[in-house]
Design a protein around this ligand. Sequence first.
Ligand code: ZN
Length: 77
Amino acid sequence: MTVCSGCIQDAPHKEMYTVSRFMHKGKPDSRNMYTTMYCAKCVKKDKENYHEIVGKPTPPKKPKAKTTKKKTDVKKK
Ligand SMILES: [Zn+2]
């Protein structure tokens, strides 16, 4: 679990965005930046609080399609 820098809530790391921010908010300097983690909500909500998104969450792997047969043929006793 990773803590979001925006809402200070734990979220699964794989769902977090990596964003870059300036070390000094009042003095934006591209050589003086750091990255931090933001959840999807804060990435949308707190756009003013970070510079740009540098990493997006890795999309979850699709589970293998299970070949489950429909149980429509099961007759009631
Ligand atoms: Zn958040």
